[in-house]
Design a protein around this ligand. Structure first.
Ligand SMILES: [Zn+2]
Length: 123
């Protein structure tokens, strides 16, 4: 695990949590068109997605929520803060700005390059 101070961990934990709740309320709004803050059963909504929903947007949000869940799991398993590709530290500032980040800057740009190449094979 990357070498964070207790204070940094607390900040990261709260950034993760905040981002997760934000996404959750965005998804809730997209799916249910409501800001009702009552119990939210994501699975139930996923099984009943109306046709007029922008699923691409919701997919992206749910995907990020999954990444955040993974990060929160890592956080408790002491693997948090390490790049999943090269194992180097992702960096406190980067994690604070993007709590779902799972790669260091270098690996992320490599990953995106590969990903974009896959989307546009002719380039
Ligand atoms: Zn890396």
């Amino acid at each position: 695990m990357a070498n964070f101070t207790e204070d940094q961990l607390t900040q990261l934990r709260s950034a993760l949590h905040k981002r997760y709740l934000q996404l959750q309320s965005e998804v809730r709004y997209e799916l249910a068109h409501t800001n009702d803050t009552g119990d939210f059963d994501l699975t139930e909504y996923l099984n009943n997605i109306p046709d007029d929903i922008d699923t691409a947007l919701v997919d992206r949000q749910i995907n990020e929520m999954r990444e955040l869940e993974m990060s929160m799991k890592y956080l408790s398993e002491l693997e948090f803060g390490d790049c999943i590709d090269c194992g180097n530290e992702i960096g406190f500032e980067r994690l604070l700005a993007q709590p779902s980040a799972q790669r260091c800057v270098q690996c992320q740009s490599q990953y995106e390059k590969t990903f974009l190449q896959d989307l546009n094979p002719s380039l």
